[in-house]
Write a protein that binds this ligand. Structure first.
Ligand SMILES: [Fe+2]
Length: 266
């Protein structure tokens, strides 16, 4: 229904002009500096390549998705994370996208959490495509990366809609050692901050897609207190990306983006 009302229908009426305008909008590279005393000094200056919300489908053809991954790969991040909604309605044909994310030569690998759209079609198929490609999938679990004798503790939760459900998942997978949390829904942040998680990375909101000029937080994602950019709760940090894809073919003052975060211990 959403696809017909906001995407396919209007595009047909405009004889393809809406899609053309949408595809003419370039995906931008955003560089973000984040610092917090909760971040382990051994990983000072870690560069995290963050990509989210492809919504592979009508509004995100595979070539555009692969170009976004290439843009991220060209920044040579130390680790790649994708915070979900890789697909929109149908997982068919998504293999090259998972393979491209896995093939970015980041020394600490590529990690993924699922979004609500990944679960709409078939979470099992999305999961196996990702893991077959070599991506580490974090579904309500955590892992530890050992690098040059130091440990980075990373947790990831699958899709949860409400803050209460997000918190329950965070309470299960995070502890005082967790440095990095991946959650499609930024509503996980409050619980993450209670566990002193240094950095949470999220997507889902698309930055509202329509925002006031120079006020990225004043946008259409009205159900989200944290919808675009960096947020603090005491020493915990959250970054919510506006994502690379779209629910409907319009973005105003809210460009699609891939992000590279440079994380420092304050
Ligand atoms: Fe989402």
């Amino acid at each position: 229904m959403r696809q017909m009302v906001f995407t396919g229908g209007p595009n047909k009426i405009s004889r393809g002009r809406i899609f053309k305008k949408h595809f003419d909008q370039r995906i931008k590279l955003k560089n973000i500096d984040v610092s917090t005393q909760l971040w382990p000094p051994e990983f000072d200056g870690l560069r995290i390549g963050h990509i989210s919300d492809f919504h592979l489908g009508d509004l995100m053809p595979i070539d555009r998705a692969l170009a976004a991954v290439q843009m991220l790969g060209s920044q040579s991040p130390d680790i790649v994370v994708c915070t979900g909604d890789v697909i929109d309605l149908d997982v068919q044909g998504a293999e090259p996208l998972f393979e491209a994310m896995a093939n970015i030569k980041s020394p600490l690998g590529t990690m993924l959490v699922l979004g609500n759209h990944d679960e709409l079609d078939c979470a099992v198929t999305v999961s196996s495509m990702a893991t077959d490609a070599g991506i580490i999938l974090l579904r309500d679990t955590r892992c530890t990366i050992n690098h040059c004798g130091s440990k980075l503790h990373i947790a990831g939760i699958g899709w949860a809609k409400s803050q209460k459900k997000c918190s329950a998942k965070v309470d299960r997978v995070c502890n005082e050692e967790t440095h990095l949390l991946l959650s499609h829904n930024p509503k996980a942040f409050r619980a993450a901050a209670k566990h002193n998680v240094a950095l949470t990375l999220s997507g889902h909101t698309h930055g509202g897609q329509l925002a006031f000029p120079n006020k990225p937080g004043a946008n259409l994602a009205v159900g989200h207190r944290h919808s675009n950019g960096v947020y603090d709760i005491e020493h915990s940090r959250l970054f919510v990306t506006a994502g690379v894809g779209a629910w409907f073919p319009l973005r105003i003052n809210c460009p699609a983006e891939v992000a590279v975060l440079n994380v420092q211990s304050a």
